[in-house]
Write a protein that binds this ligand. Structure first.
Ligand code: DGY
Length: 327
């Protein structure tokens, strides 16, 4: 008999067939109030879970006594509680690697758009307000040759820094839990504490995962440390920053501009003060959202689930270190 697996995200037909060839799949198009009861009923029988964009809290997963593996179609693992899963010896598989370059492209787009005021000026043209040659009040600022500070030099941080260093002759500096010798050797990156990075960078790009340690890592005190002309970019998770403090910093001219792909609440409510700020460029969490990369993530997540349910968590397991600790 095939093992029961819940798929809680729509995926292309050929990938769904690949999953169905291995497992007895119950499909939910997201988890919401309408399908919550059916979802909970399926959870009680499920040995595997695969999907993204839904919180899988301990309370929810307590209702899945047979669960043996979960596979998130994302690199971020914040929708699961890694320690809780490890205590139950349940591996959480994720998709690092396949999205690094695409996500770095998105983050660099934010850097360019904020620096050159691309969205604001494009809107001006569309609205028929381009009635004279633009003056100093609408000038942007250069990207090339500036200092790029990366907070969280993981794979995506490295890919962003690589673009800055080779493509734009930027000086790279970073803060991270540990030193990254590849970035130091390949990109001449300088390791420093976060405070020094905040004070000396022209562009500050946050790429840390959301954990208890990084929640609200950047708030009013940190924005106040930045250069007045600094551009702040967030591609990690919204809760890594204090969004209200960022809104103040952008409104008061504490910093120059911000480019955001992630928000405290997603989708960002249309009445958020951020939507009124010309110096904020706002993307709807599209870091990895290209056809090629989303497909690669789905394919990777399916492989991960098959491997994990066959007892192989050697690759792409986010809580392996915690499972091993439990012995
Ligand atoms: C990820 O993979 O974590 C991206 O942020 C998409 O959720």
């Amino acid at each position: 008999m095939k093992r029961k697996v819940i798929l809680y995200k729509e995926i292309p037909e050929h990938e769904r067939q690949r999953l169905e060839a291995e497992f007895d799949v119950t499909f939910f198009n997201g988890v919401n109030e309408k399908n919550q009861d059916a979802f909970l009923a399926a959870l009680s029988q499920a040995e595997g879970l695969i999907g993204s964009s839904a919180d899988m809290t301990p309370e929810r997963l307590d209702l899945a006594p047979k669960l043996k593996a979960a596979s998130t179609i994302s690199v971020g693992t914040d929708q699961y509680d890694l320690s809780y899963l490890a205590k139950r010896n349940i591996p959480l598989m994720h998709t690092p690697g396949v999205l690094d370059e695409t996500t770095a492209d998105t983050l660099f787009t934010l850097i360019m758009c904020t620096a050159r005021r691309a969205v604001e000026l494009s809107n001006m043209v569309r609205e028929g307000k381009w009635n004279k040659h633009i003056g100093e009040d609408l000038y942007g600022t250069d990207v090339h040759g500036k200092t790029l500070g990366i907070i969280g030099m993981g794979r995506i941080g490295y890919a962003i820094a690589k673009r800055g260093y080779f493509g734009f002759n930027m000086k790279i500096q970073y803060s991270n839990r540990s030193r990254k010798l590849d970035a130091e050797q390949d990109l001449n990156a300088t390791y420093m504490d976060m405070e020094e990075l905040l004070k000396t960078s022209d562009f500050i790009c946050v790429m840390t995962p959301l954990t208890a340690e990084t929640e609200r890592l950047i708030g009013a005190k940190e924005f106040a440390m930045m250069k007045k002309d600094a551009i702040f970019i967030n591609g990690s998770r919204g809760k890594v920053i204090d969004e209200a403090a960022l809104i103040d910093a952008l409104s008061n001219g504490t910093i120059r501009a911000a480019g955001l792909d992630v928000f405290e609440v997603e989708p960002l409510p249309g009445d958020s003060p951020l939507c009124k700020l010309d110096n904020a460029v706002l993307f709807p969490h599209i870091g990895s959202a290209t056809s090629e990369t989303r497909l690669a993530m789905i394919s990777c997540a399916i492989d991960n689930l098959i491997n994990a349910l066959n007892g192989d968590i050697s690759k792409n397991c986010a809580n392996k270190h915690l499972i091993n600790k439990n012995g």
